[in-house]
Ligand binder design. Structure first.
Ligand code: ATP
Length: 297
């Protein structure tokens, strides 16, 4: 069993931005979802775990080694798929994977070829292996990204916003690959797409303004709000009045009509209908509560 322990981690950038504040997490094998809005600090946490930047205070311990002091202790075990690679070289997928595998220390040629072939098949890129990665579509690039992340049999895999911009079929294919590898390693998935966490993760944390505002099993978090989410149709012009009177956590547009979702422990009037809770309700409720708390503080 692998363990990643983040102790009281804080990161302040040189311009004074507090990207992480006293973040503590304990993660073991399986898929762990890190959910939060843009700017919450997800990439900052990922880059720190990958050893690409240091913490201002706190520590990151992987399998007993303090990687905030010695990042080399994580590199050999890490598969990282960042949000954007930047430049995609004019090199075939096969050649590029071969090159990356050598950099990751897979020096035995036969072993390297076997790993690369298995990963090209797993990510459905085998028939495109001789094409330049620079000519791949967005979905193919994401799949190539996961193939390179899995080279060298990492024990910790981190993927940052992996499904952004993918069409539904590509997204499913990508999520399938991730869930398949996650039983024997830690997969840390950072996203602002609630649905990705719901379908994949047995544990999750919500990050907002650099702080962990909730963590737990997604189903437990959903059950915690059971019977407390109410829906009512609303005209856009009436939304502010509704917000003044009720704890509106979100609105959704369906077939051109807006519905407001309200958190209430009490039974509401007949204008409201009790609805089954989903993870998105949990997410919006937590974000709203954490904002209200930090404004009040
Ligand atoms: N190198 C940097 N220097 C200064 N501020 C930074 C730097 N990188 C990130 N930030 C700031 O730190 C905060 C957290 O950013 P981060 O990229 O970690 O968030 P995120 O949750 O990954 O968001 P996104 O989904 O938009 O990437 C933001 O306010 C961001 O502007």
């Amino acid at each position: 069993m692998n363990t990643l322990v983040i102790n009281n981690a804080s990161k302040v950038y040189s311009n004074g931005t507090k990207a992480l504040e006293h973040v503590s997490l304990k993660i073991s094998n399986g898929m762990f979802g890190l959910l939060g809005p843009n700017g919450a600090g997800k990439s900052s946490l990922m880059r720190t775990i990958a050893g690409l930047q240091t913490l201002t205070s706190g520590s990151v311990i992987f399998n007993g080694n303090d990687i905030s002091k010695d990042p080399s202790k994580i590199r050999q075990h890490l598969g990282y798929l960042p949000q954007e690679f930047g430049v995609y070289p004019r090199m075939s997928a096969l050649d590029l994977l071969n090159h990356i595998a050598i950099l990751k220390g897979v020096l035995n040629k036969k072993e390297r070829q076997e790993q690369i072939e298995a990963l090209l098949i797993k990510t459905n890129l085998f028939e495109h292996r001789k094409k330049f990665v620079s000519n791949y579509s967005g979905g193919m690039r994401r799949r190539f990204g996961i193939a390179q992340a899995l080279l060298g049999n990492p024990k910790l895999i981190m993927v940052d916003e992996p499904t952004a911009g993918l069409d539904p079929e590509e997204r499913n294919r990508f999520l399938d690959v991730l869930s398949e590898v996650s039983s024997s390693v830690i997969v840390l998935l950072s996203t602002h797409i609630v649905e990705d966490i719901r379908v994949l993760c047995s544990n999750m944390a919500i990050l907002s303004n650099g702080q962990i505002v909730k963590q737990g099993n997604p189903n437990d978090l959903i059950n915690g709000l059971h019977g407390k989410i109410w829906k009512t149709p609303v005209l856009k012009s009436e939304l502010n009045v509704l917000k003044d009177k009720y704890n509106v956590i979100s609105t959704r547009l369906l077939a051109g009509k807006t519905s407001a979702y309200v958190f209430s422990e009490e039974q509401l009037t007949t204008d409201f209908e009790s609805v089954p809770t989903d993870l998105e309700h949990v997410y919006f409720h937590i974000l709203k509560t954490s904002k209200t708390t930090s404004y009040a503080a």
